[in-house]
Design a protein around this ligand. Structure first.
Ligand code: ZN
Ligand code: ZN
Length: 204
């Protein structure tokens, strides 16, 4: 049974603006696995966040996607790592001014500021929540926008799951995290696929 409490303090709407910069993917090809991270831009007032600047097919394409929203790499104030796998982290240095957030700290230049990410607010409408299960160190980025709550998360690779995450050290923990997310999410932005509106068929 899940003991997860309702996320009643997450605003159902807010001032965040959410734009997926790159849809992620993961597929096998003859020369190796092709892995792209879903990379997402979230803005709220003075705060400009890039979630999961990891493996992409083209760094220039990522920067161009950002520029389409009028944002230069130096404008990014915060980078979030959903977890520590390289496919979600390797391009963080594209944003030299950004503080970096993960599950247990904020990294700012050479400053390591330990803190628990759960319910950590990056802005009035953007917060982090702890959602372990793909690894033991996953966080999700929760953005309250005008049309509802968006959640960037690796609790799903894509809309179809997979139901059982092949890398999960604790599938029960993953299920609890999924329920916690589904309690608030109008839209899920998964680790390796296009955003989706969760429904009855969404793996729990
Ligand atoms: Zn991973
Ligand atoms: Zn991944």
């Amino acid at each position: 049974m899940s003991a997860v409490m309702p996320e009643s303090d997450i605003p159902p709407t807010g001032t965040a603006r959410v734009h997926v910069l790159m849809d992620g993917y993961a597929r096998e090809e003859e020369d190796g696995d092709r892995v792209g991270s879903t990379v997402t831009l979230i803005t709220d007032g003075d705060v400009t966040v890039v979630v999961d600047p990891g493996m992409v097919w083209s760094r220039a394409a990522l920067i161009s996607a950002l520029a389409e929203h009028g944002i230069a790499p130096d404008d990014v104030t915060d980078v979030v790592f959903s977890h520590h796998h390289p496919d979600h982290t390797v391009n963080a240095a594209l944003f030299p001014a950004a503080r970096i957030h993960d599950h247990w700290a904020i990294y700012d230049g050479d400053l390591w500021i330990s803190r628990d990410a759960d319910n950590f607010a990056l802005s009035p409408s953007i917060r982090l929540i702890a959602t372990p299960g793909h690894t033991e160190q996953d966080i999700s980025t929760v953005a309250s926008a005008a049309d509802g709550v968006y959640v960037c998360t690796h609790a799903w690779w894509g809309a179809d799951g997979p139901a059982d995450d092949p890398l999960s050290p604790d599938q029960a923990a993953l299920s609890r995290s999924r329920l916690r997310i589904l309690d608030v999410a109008a839209v899920v932005i998964p680790g390796h696929g296009p955003s989706f509106v969760p429904g009855p068929g969404t793996p729990r």
